[in-house]
Design a protein around this ligand. Sequence first.
Ligand code: AMP
Length: 188
Amino acid sequence: MRLIFFGPPGSGKGTQAQLLSQRLGLAHISTGDILREAVRQDTPEGRLAKPYMSAGRLVPDSVVNEIVCSLFRKKDRPAHFVMDGYPRTIDQAEQFDEVLHEQGLALDGVLSLKVDDEELIRRLSGRGREDDSVDTVRKRLQIFHSLYQGLLDYYRKNGLLVEVPGSGEKEAVHQRLLQALDGKVKSS
Ligand code: AMP
């Protein structure tokens, strides 16, 4: 199965992507993890990405696309995967479509975890991190929504988008995602 996973900060996206990868035997591909590792190893990509990451900004599309494309062009490329944190822009989505097409890999679905902003604000500001004051959280969510609106529309148009409520216990959300996928795979 080949999936993209979207979800706002605080929605449990990372945890749910990991659960899906473990239980469905999919490679969990997180560009955030790949980039953090590149920075740690001080690779050329890591050196390019570092200032953007430290400033909390998106790393340029060219850098991230290159990382993802070379991963999918390797001989032992992942054939079944869940993408976590990529694509984040339309340019990335187009590039990803291109490389998947070139590799003969079709996406099965794009999962989007939906959680009310008020709930996210409660969860995030309750974590007690210094930057997680309610205003900062609200700002982060606004940025998230403005960025992802276009991406969600992109995949909605392709008929790949499945929106799943993300409230409740971890296991309940996981089961809901599996059910949504079941419907998706059967109907496609
Ligand atoms: P994440 O762990 O997904 O929150 O990513 C951590 C940081 O890595 C982000 O704040 C960005 O600076 C960078 N990053 C991760 N994925 C991408 C992406 N697809 N496009 C641009 N920057 C990214």
